[in-house]
Write a protein that binds this ligand. Structure first.
Ligand SMILES: C[S@@+](CC[C@H](N)C(=O)[O-])C[C@H]1O[C@@H](n2cnc3c(N)ncnc32)[C@H](O)[C@@H]1O
Length: 221
């Protein structure tokens, strides 16, 4: 899969995939979107109930969500078990060129570690942050029940990857989550919300990041 680095409106990089005509993040600001959707609406919500949080991410990609989660967890004093599934890992030349540590002004060493860490084993990024990267498809990964407090659902959009936004996938994630766990995603399409509800989630629409009216937070009640 060919990917090109682009610069989004907040100055942070993202990737463009010509064959899908799809970006990894909002062109209005990659860091801005990731902070809004995953950190503010997701991590901070989960941190209300718990200071030890197990995160499952769909699509490790650039590692931006993992970096922002690491940085925020250091600030809030959280213990994070971060598992991420990625079917198409980035080439080293690409992740080395991403400007996230420069743009956030911190976390350079952690960002390098997030990417250089081995796949399929649990790595310590710091005393309070462990990372397990799984190089496989979300469609194939086997998840145990009642594992995760928080899911970052950051797949490509349903128009280009409809197979990721199905009843079966949301049901699999629902079962993998703990009671009270939350799933956040940038997509607020009606059909996606209905699939989440059919899987058992309680779904709320909340304000989206700049350039997007709404996003979704789904809870396993
Ligand atoms: C919208 S991008 C976001 C990635 C990442 N969270 C980030 O901030 O860079 C979607 C990611 O999902 C990955 N992906 C696509 N199909 C997948 C699949 N079947 N299983 C797991 N990951 C997949 C892509 O390679 C890409 O890294």
């Amino acid at each position: 899969m060919q990917r090109k680095i682009i610069t989004t409106s907040d100055g942070s990089h993202s990737l463009y995939v010509p064959e899908l005509n799809e970006h990894y993040h909002s062109i209005h600001g990659a860091i801005q979107e990731s902070r809004h959707v995953f950190i503010e609406a997701g991590l901070k919500q989960a941190a209300k109930n718990n200071s030890a949080i197990s995160v499952f991410e769909v699509g490790f990609g650039t590692g931006l969500n993992a970096l922002l989660t690491y940085l925020e967890s250091e600030r809030l004093g959280l213990k994070i078990n971060y598992t991420s599934v990625e079917a198409f890992p980035l080439e080293e030349a690409i992740f080395n060129a991403l400007n996230y540590p420069q743009e956030t002004g911190e976390g350079k060493q952690a960002f390098e570690l997030l990417h250089s860490s081995s796949w399929e084993v649990k790595n310590s990024i710091s005393e309070n942050f462990s990372l397990l990267k799984l190089k496989t498809s979300l469609l194939d990964v086997i998840l145990e029940n009642d594992q995760y407090d928080l899911v970052y659902f950051d797949a490509f959009g349903p128009l280009v990857q409809p197979e990721m936004w199905t009843d079966e996938i949301f049901s699999k994630l629902y079962h993998a989550m703990k009671k009270g766990g939350v799933l956040v995603t940038y997509c607020s399409k009606g059909e996606v919300q209905r699939a989440m509800k059919r899987a058992g989630f309680s779904v709320e629409k909340i304000p989206g990041p700049p350039g997007k009216r709404e996003m979704v937070r789904a809870t396993k009640e």
